[in-house]
Design a protein around this ligand. Sequence first.
Ligand SMILES: [Zn+2]
Length: 315
Amino acid sequence: MNISNFFSQYSTEAECRRFFKSRKEQAGIVCSTCGSLVHYWIEKESRWKCQYCGKSMSLKSGTVMEHSNLGYKVWLWGLYFMSLTKKGFSALEMQRLLNHSRYESIWLMMQKIRIMMGQRDEKYDLDGFIEMDEGFFEGHRKKDEEGLITKPAKELDRQVKAIVAVSTTPIVISKHKKGRPVTKPGYLKISIVESLCKTDIAYEAEKMLAKTADVTTDGKTSYRVLKGLCKNHRAIVVADKKEVSKIFPWVHTAISNAKKKILGLHHSVKNIYMQNYLNEFCYKFNRRYFGIKLFDRLILAALEKSCYGPIPKSE
Ligand SMILES: [Zn+2]
């Protein structure tokens, strides 16, 4: 839906509430007590009631909006803006766009949407040829009393470690240009890890990869654990660091673009929220050809019965 149509159709709270109601009814309402699909709507309370057992369900329950005091218009416009650009918005920009008085509420709404994006992507495994490597993302830098950024004791102290995997497909030879990668990227996953030991790698790989995946990594010994977790694991020992980006072109492009986006837009992200920002990056990367359909997909995810906790407390 283009911008002018969107804002002319959903300019009031009532129109936005009607939108969510109709989309939720299209998706189907199931009673959590008796499993019935037959409900009736109580307009005054914005609730459905189960025709068989009488259990009532609010429009927000079981959606990303559950437990939120923000209005339907803020949520619908917020979801629309989150789907509008590849780059995204900072919470401050979003607060201005929505003309909302509280920064914290908008920040929290955006974190919930990012968590939801991550949960959506968790439903899919990466399969086929996979490039896997570790990435280091720059976390929050403390400021001293004068507002100057203080250097951490060690450079690595503020870096967040992550396992990054991209599925790839070979390019038809006639289209291949010299010096360019011989594959094109498919889907991307980035997961923050405590450490890069084999236990953490095995845990993330099991969540990310299909059993039939064919994975290429560098020669680090902790990646040997992948052997039992996927169809094939190929370790390439890279002697010259400059060659790494040629051997793993897409995983390194993804890491570099994610870093640029997070640093450029959000400047400084606390380590505990880094996964949420990476979720948004991966979600949009994985749906980069969706165009304006991205909004519909985001609405589907927002209204799906999911677990949205634990939600971070507002800063
Ligand atoms: Zn029921």
